[in-house]
Design a binder for this molecule. Structure first.
Ligand code: KIV
Ligand code: ZN
Length: 520
C-alpha cells in the first residue's frame, strides 16, 4: 500500500525534557530556560508537556504553574507520587493550563515495592485507586504510571491497570523505567494489557522507555505498533542515566517509515534541529556528532564513494532531506557592509526574532564580528543570537577586559563589571589567564559558588572562529550553567562565568535582578 493512501492514526507526543530530562545530573534549568524550552515545544507541536514535579521544590512548582499559564496549545502535566500532598500540589500547579493533566505514579514491581516503597501488593493497589480518584477530582485528564512496569508480574500489573482505569485514569503509561525490555517483549506487554484488561479500549496507552540498553526508541515504536497512542520522550533523549527515547528520532522514524508505521504526529519536524540545539545549550550537554537526526554528522558524507553517489542522486545515501529536520546547508552569509534589514531577514531565516534592544545589540556585535572575521557563517550568527538571548537579561555585565599573558609573564586581568549602572574595576593575577579573569570576577563580586566545569567550543573552523565557553557553577547543591560567545576565548570566558553568576543569584534570591546590588 502506498504511504499516501494510508489513513494515519495520531500518536500523542508527550515531552518530558523538563521533568525526566531535567533529572539528568547537571541538567538543572532556570525558570527562564524552562519557559523558553516549553514555548519552543508548544510551537513545535508537542501535545503534552510534562513541566516538572511540583511537590519536589518551590522552583519546580513555580515552573509548572508559569508554563501552565503560557502554553497556547499543549496540555501541561505535573508529576505526582501517589500521596495526596503530591497530587494536590500538582493539581494546584497545572490549574491555570488550558488543558491541565495530573500524572501520578507508583512502583509496581516486586523489587521496587519491597525495597523502595516497603509496601505489599494490596497496599499498592489501595494507593493506585485512591491516588487516581484524588487526581480525577481535580482534573479530567489523569495519567497513571506503573513505575518499573516491565519488571512487574503480569497478573498484578493487569489488576493495577484495571483499577486505575476504574478510578478514572484516562492515560495508562507503561514505563520501562530501567531500560531493560526488548522491542518484542515490550510489544507483547502492551498488546497483552490492551487485550486483557477490561475497558482498555477506553484509555490511551502510553510508552515511557529508558535507554540503558540503547533500545528506548525501538521499544517505544514497538509499543506504538502494539496499540500505544502516546509516546513519552525528550529532546536529544536526555533523562535519567542513559536517558529517554529521543523525540526527534520518534518523530522522524514515524515520518520516514510511514509505510510500516502509518501514524502521524503534530510535530513540525523542521524545528527539530533548533530544538536540539536549544536543549543542548541550556543543559550544556553536547549532542554526539553521530547522533541520529540532529548530530553534526547526521547528514555529512565523507567517503568518496558516498559523495560520488550523492552527487548523482541524493537518494543513494539519504533517506530524509536535511531541511525536513531543519538542517540548512552551511552558507556564507552577510558581510560587514550588510545593513539592519538584511541582518534581520537572515536572523528570521535562522528562526530568531529578537526584541528591539537585543536586536540593536546583536547588530552592533555583528558589525564588530564582521570586521574581525574573514568569513561569516550561519553558525556565527546563531552563536551571536543565542548569546544575546542567554545574556540579554543579566544584571551584572562584563564592561571591559584586558589580559596580559605569555612566556615569563605573570598572567593578569584588568576587569570592569557593571552592576545596574554602577561600575567597578580590579586588576588581579592568576595561575593562567582564565584563572586571573575568574579571580577578578571573584574580587568584584564575592561568592561561594564552586567552578564545576569549564569548556570551550569553536563555533566554526579556522583560527578566527568564534568560541563559545560554558561554565558550570555549584552553590549549596544548586547548579547553573553560563555561556558566552566571542572571537576572543578569554572574553567569552568572562561572559560565561558572569552569566552563570547571574543565574545563580536569580535562583538563590528569587528576587528581581535590581536587588542584586544588595546581595553583593
Ligand atoms: O521512568 C519512570 O518510570 C518514570 C515515571 C515517573 C513515569 O519516569
Ligand atoms: Zn522515566
Amino acid at each position: 500500500m502506498s504511504a499516501n493512501k494510508v489513513k494515519s492514526e495520531r500518536v500523542i507526543i508527550f515531552d518530558t525534557t523538563l521533568r525526566d530530562g531535567e533529572q539528568s545530573p547537571g541538567a538543572a534549568m532556570t525558570l527562564g530556560e524552562k519557559i523558553e524550552i516549553a514555548e519552543f515545544l508548544d510551537t513545535m507541536g508537542v501535545d503534552v508537556i510534562e513541566a516538572g514535579f511540583p511537590v519536589s521544590s518551590p522552583g519546580d512548582f513555580e515552573a509548572v504553574a508559569e508554563i501552565s499559564k503560557r502554553m497556547k496549545n499543549a496540555a501541561v502535566a505535573g508529576l505526582a507520587r501517589a500521596g495526596f500532598k503530591d497530587i494536590d500540589r500538582a493539581g494546584e500547579a497545572v490549574k491555570g493550563a488550558k488543558r491541565p493533566r495530573i500524572h501520578t505514579f507508583i512502583s509496581t514491581s516486586p523489587v521496587h515495592m519491597k525495597h523502595k516503597l516497603q509496601m505489599g501488593p494490596n497496599a499498592v493497589l489501595d494507593a493506585v485507586g485512591a491516588s487516581v480518584a484524588r487526581a480525577r477530582n481535580l482534573t479530567d485528564d489523569v495519567e497513571w504510571s506503573a513505575e518499573d512496569a516491565t519488571r512487574t508480574e503480569r497478573d498484578f500489573l493487569c489488576r493495577c491497570v484495571e483499577l486505575a482505569i476504574r478510578s478514572g485514569a484516562t492515560t495508562i503509561n507503561i514505563p520501562d523505567t530501567v531500560g531493560y525490555a526488548t522491542p518484542q517483549e515490550y510489544f507483547e506487554l502492551i498488546k497483552m494489557l490492551r487485550d486483557s484488561v477490561p475497558s482498555a479500549d477506553k484509555v490511551v496507552f502510553s510508552t515511557h522507555c529508558h535507554n540503558d540498553l540503547g533500545l528506548a526508541v525501538a521499544n517505544s515504536l514497538a509499543g506504538v505498533l502494539a496499540g500505544a497512542r502516546q509516546v513519552e520522550c525528550t529532546i536529544n533523549g536526555i533523562g535519567e542515566r542513559a536517558g529517554n527515547a529521543a523525540l526527534e528520532e520518534i518523530a522522524m522514524a514515524l515520518r520516514v517509515r510511514h509505510d510500516l508505521m502509518p501514524f502521524a504526529t503534530g510535530i513540525d519536524t523542521r524545528m527539530l534541529a533548533r530544538g536540539s540545539k536549544l536543549v543542548s545549550n541550556v543543559t550544556n550537554f553536547p549532542v554526539q556528532y553521530n547522533k541520529a537526526i540532529v548530530g553534526k554528522n547526521a547528514f555529512s558524507h565523507e567517503s568518496g564513494i558516498h559523495q560520488d553517489g550523492m552527487l548523482k542522486n541524493v537518494e543513494t545515501y539519504e533517506i530524509m532531506r536535511p531541511e525536513d529536520v531543519g538542517v540548512k546547508e552551511t552558507s556564507l552569509v552577510l558581510g560587514k557592509l550588510s545593513g539592519r534589514h538584511a541582518f534581520r531577514d537572515k536572523l528570521a531565516n535562522l528562526g530568531y526574532e529578537l526584541a528591539d534592544a537585543a536586536f540593536e545589540d546583536a547588530f552592533r556585535r555583528f558589525k564588530e564580528l564582521a570586521d574581525k572575521k574573514k568569513t561569516m557563517f550561519d553558525e556565527d550568527l546563531v552563536a551571536l543570537a543565542d548569546d544575546e538571548i542567554v545574556r540579554g537579561q543579566d544584571a551584572v555585565t562584563v564592561r571591559a577586559l584586558r589580559v596580559e599573558t605569555g612566556m615569563g609573564v605573570a598572567p593578569s586581568a584588568a576587569l570592569t563589571l557593571g552592576f545596574n549602572g554602577d561600575e567597578k574595576c580590579v586588576r588581579t593575577t592568576g595561575d593562567g589567564p582564565v584563572d586571573a579573569i575568574f579571580s577578578a570576577i571573584h574580587e568584584l563580586y564575592p561568592h561561594t559558588a564552586e567552578l564545576r566545569l569549564y569548556e570551550v567550543h569553536a563555533v566554526t573552523e579556522g583560527t578566527d572562529a568564534q568560541a563559545t565557553v560554558s561554565v558550570r557553577l555549584e552553590e549549596n547543591g544548586r547548579t547553573v550553567t553560563g555561556r558566552g560567545a566571542d572571537t576572543d576565548t578569554l572574553v567569552a570566558s568572562a561572559y560565561a562565568y558572569v552569566n552563570a553568576l547571574n543565574k545563580l543569584l536569580v535562583k538563590r534570591n528569587k528576587q528581581a535582578p535590581e536587588a542584586l546590588n544588595v546581595a553583593r
